[in-house]
Design a protein around this ligand. Structure first.
Ligand SMILES: [Zn+2]
Length: 345
């Protein structure tokens, strides 16, 4: 599917929110995010850099690069595959004195194009071991619940008006085609450890955003990689890859609760800026999803049998239903469908 859909389909509406409870740990990253520019490569720890990469519609995605004490280089969440991002990678590696041939590992928190996009480029110049969660690879390979699929069938099932379906397919046709392929060399599950030199990353399975999403905890260095499970200013969309049974909201809330236990760690999210204050942020995200779930359940009660489209159009979306772009609307509809299913369960 089209990368712009990837970009925004993972947010409710993509509008930044108040972040007073957060403590950004990089003033430059935080300032760059709020002013819509890409921050310079940001050193997090000795040998650990957070690199802001280009992301249409969402300012940035954050790719982490680690050089271990043996000189091997490890990449977490390689960004969207664009010429600009690859050029930025080359420039950054050069500036940091890193050699592309030393890339030994690529780890993806989940399989959206802004988190695995450059994997093949790294494979073209090195022989990295590519790692993802087993469940993530499963849905990606099977195409089950894959957001890269054509959405025409979904729009029809959701009861979208014909004019909207036509506009969407025209928009989709105008997007450049993308052939997203991804096959991991190693599949991991909850509790396993990924060793990146002296960085031991504990795998924490956090279903919600996607079914096989994982966070990674580097206890010794006090770092937590949260992918799109917890972002500093955006509500991640839910159910955007794979099936999460029986209730995606419950799965996400459970994942939030589990990750909140890592409150001591500094958070390196998939977008935005690095920060502390994980527990409070997780609580806020949970409250948002809970209230949206309640709103949909209420609408289902008031308008039994209404289509997903009609129900979604009655929900108050950040920025307003009418203002949602085609991609944001797809995300809103997919989430409404999930909440309807949960309300009827
Ligand atoms: Zn993302």
């Amino acid at each position: 599917m089209r990368h712009t859909e990837m970009v925004t389909s993972k947010t409710d509406a993509g509008r930044p929110r108040a972040t007073t409870h957060l403590k950004p740990t990089s003033a430059d990253q935080a300032e760059a995010w709020s002013s819509g520019r890409l921050a310079a490569p940001d050193q997090v720890r000795p040998g650990v850099w957070s690199i802001a990469m280009g992301m249409p519609g969402l300012v940035n995605s954050l790719m982490t690069v680690i050089r271990d004490s043996e000189g091997a280089v490890h990449v977490i969440d390689p960004a969207l595959d664009t010429e600009e991002n690859w050029a930025a990678t080359l420039t950054t590696f050069e500036a940091l004195g890193l050699d592309l041939a030393d890339v030994a590992t690529v780890v993806c928190t989940h399989l959206h194009a802004d988190h695995f996009g450059l994997t093949q480029r790294f494979r073209d110049v090195s022989e990295p071991e590519v790692i993802a969660h087993r469940i993530e690879q499963d849905w990606f390979s099977a195409g089950v619940g894959n957001p890269q699929q054509d959405r025409a069938a979904d729009l029809e099932r959701w009861g979208a008006p014909a004019s909207v379906r036509t506009a969407y397919s025209e928009w989709q046709d105008a997007e450049p085609p993308r052939d997203a392929q991804f096959t991991a060399d190693r599949l991991v599950v909850e509790g396993e450890t990924i060793r990146l030199g002296e960085h031991a990353l504990e795998v924490i399975h956090t279903p919600g955003h996607t079914a096989g999403h994982m966070c990674l905890h580097d206890a010794e260095h006090g770092l937590l990689f949260t992918g799109d499970h917890v972002l500093p200013t955006i509500n991640p969309g839910l159910g955007l890859g794979g099936r999460i049974d029986p209730n995606p909201l419950a799965a996400y809330l459970d994942s939030l609760e589990r990750i909140a236990a890592y409150d001591h760690a500094e958070v390196l999210p998939g977008h935005g800026f690095r920060f502390r204050g994980l527990r409070q942020r997780a609580e806020r995200l949970g409250a948002h999803q809970r209230s949206r779930g309640q709103a949909v359940a209420h609408l289902v009660e008031q308008h039994p049998g209404a289509s997903v489209w009609d129900t979604a159009s009655r929900v108050s979306w950040t920025g307003g239903w009418e203002a949602l772009g085609p991609v944001e609307r797809i995300s809103a509809l997919a989430q409404t469908e999930m909440f309807i299913a949960a309300a009827q369960a």
